[in-house]
Design a protein around this ligand. Structure first.
Ligand SMILES: [Zn+2]
Ligand SMILES: [Zn+2]
Length: 121
């Protein structure tokens, strides 16, 4: 799976938990990150250890509304939720689903759990 896709899935988990864009509506970002005051997100690829995707920092910065960044994965998120609830987008079992989809759906589930655990701290 692409690093950018992994980042977007993490963002989606953060947004729906209310950790990001809590007060934003569909067309307006209330707390818009800017290059001057970016929102810092733990890197979902390396688990904060440092990798190519985050320039070895373990974190990456958002400089625009996270909601805008995930618009192209919104429909996937819907499918992944259905899949995680036992209703796959392609009929058949797990073996009929594309590999990247299984990876991505798995990550979404893991990220949701992680974000929830973070919020409880
Ligand atoms: Zn926003
Ligand atoms: Zn990283």
């Amino acid at each position: 799976m692409l690093a950018t896709t992994k980042k977007k899935i993490r963002l989606a988990a953060l947004i729906r938990s209310g950790a990001l864009c809590r007060a934003c509506s569909r067309n307006k970002c209330v707390d818009m990150p800017t290059p001057e005051s970016p929102v810092v997100i733990a890197c979902p690829i390396c688990g904060e250890k440092g990798c190519d995707a985050c320039d070895d920092s373990g974190y990456y910065e958002l400089t625009e509304c996270p909601q805008k960044m995930i618009t192209d994965v919104v429909s996937f998120i819907r499918f992944a939720d259905l899949f995680n609830e036992g209703c796959p987008p392609v009929s058949g079992g797990a073996l009929d689903q594309a590999n990247w989809f299984l990876d991505a759906a798995g990550q979404l589930k893991a990220d949701d759990a992680l974000v929830l655990a973070e919020a409880k701290k």
